[in-house]
Design a protein around this ligand. Structure first.
Ligand SMILES: NC(=O)c1ccc[n+]([C@@H]2O[C@H](COP(=O)([O-])OP(=O)(O)OC[C@H]3O[C@@H](n4cnc5c(N)ncnc54)[C@H](O)[C@@H]3O)[C@@H](O)[C@H]2O)c1
Length: 287
């Protein structure tokens, strides 16, 4: 029997990111901020790239408070030169780059029929073009260092299902899911793993600012019916999946997508009624 078959050497330290350096785009707020803090907790040094300088430096301070090195980089992921410069700066100042989280992204609702070219281009630049550019820049640095790496793309459950009024965003996230598979194949020989996380709703600071109703008690009740696990997602749900995918614990996982959605993709239209029974649809919307 080969040694590989009999290997039983998993140890608790395999979840640690000690000695690793991570770059998180859009790490100044929301899910990216949660991942930055989670990575620091598990031992990584973290570079936070964000278009908001104050947000990036606040998160860098939180990383340092956990005893890790941090670098706040003011850059827009849609600026190709700035992204390439950021990767070079990380190698210069933190000495290496092992983990990339392509997190910066987002959208606003807009019916397909109303969209103008500028809005289309902006969405694609932020949610798809930046993914290619940042991944290429980071992967080149990882290949040159010859120590492998982990790339984690923050997609969305909207990349796996329809998303009315978010057509371009959803198409970009679907593109991200499939880019992940191709990149996993092209980079696997260099020991670089590429995976996706697909969250459903995760409440962020921005949502609390823009939609205060989203925290109202009636919304919480609606969530209990919509999410099989009974609640919307939070930063730690995403950070936990990201730490796992970045760590040696996931050393044989590449080209895949983990849904961090409380089960909504599995539900695909099934919701609980007021009596807690699952239904595919209801004739009485008040039920
Ligand atoms: N929050 C959710 O419910 C949810 C659900 C599914 C997927 N996602 C995805 O997760 C990722 C993070 O979303 P979030 O809700 O945490 O975002 P957020 O709006 O809370 O934070 C985004 C951060 O990215 C920064 N940023 C935005 N545009 C940038 C740019 N061009 N260059 C550099 N930095 C930029 C912002 O300054 C901010 O700090 C996105 O890709 C989003 O599509 C979010």
């Amino acid at each position: 029997m080969s040694e590989d078959v009999t290997r039983t050497s998993l140890c608790r330290d395999d979840i640690l990111l000690s000695g690793k350096v991570a770059l998180i785009t859009g790490g100044g707020a929301g899910i990216g901020r949660g991942i930055a803090i989670g990575f620091a907790e598990f031992g990584a040094d973290v570079a936070i790239l964000d278009a908001d300088a104050d947000a990036a430096s606040t998160v860098a301070d939180l990383v340092r408070a956990k005893g890790r090195k941090a670098l706040a980089i003011l850059a827009d992921v849609t600026n190709r030169a700035a992204v390439r410069g950021a990767v070079a700066q990380i190698i210069r100042e933190l000495g290496r780059l092992d983990i990339l989280v392509n997190n910066a992204g987002g959208t606003r609702p807009l019916p397909l029929l109303d969209m103008v070219d500028k809005q289309l281009d902006k969405r694609i630049d932020l949610n798809l073009t930046s993914l290619f550019v940042t991944t290429q820049a980071a992967a080149k640095a990882m290949v040159m260092a010859g120590q492998g790496g982990a790339i984690i793309n923050i997609a969305s459950i909207e990349g796996l299902r329809a998303a009315p009024y978010h057509a371009v965003y959803a198409a970009c996230k679907a593109g991200m899911v499939n880019f992940t598979r191709t990149a996993a194949l092209e980079l696997g020989g260099h020991g670089i793993r590429v995976n996706c996380i697909a969250p459903d709703v995760v409440f962020t600071e921005a949502m609390a600012r823009n939609s205060p109703f989203a925290r109202a008690p009636e919304f919480k009740k609606a969530h209990a019916r919509y999410f099989p696990l009974g609640r919307a997602g939070n930063f730690d749900d995403c950070a936990g999946a990201a730490v796992f995918l970045a760590s040696p614990m996931a050393s044989y996982i590449t080209g895949t997508t983990i849904n961090v959605d409380g089960g909504t993709f599995a539900a695909s239209g099934w919701t609980r009624d007021k009596d807690d029974h699952w239904r595919l649809f209801t004739r009485n919307p008040e039920a």
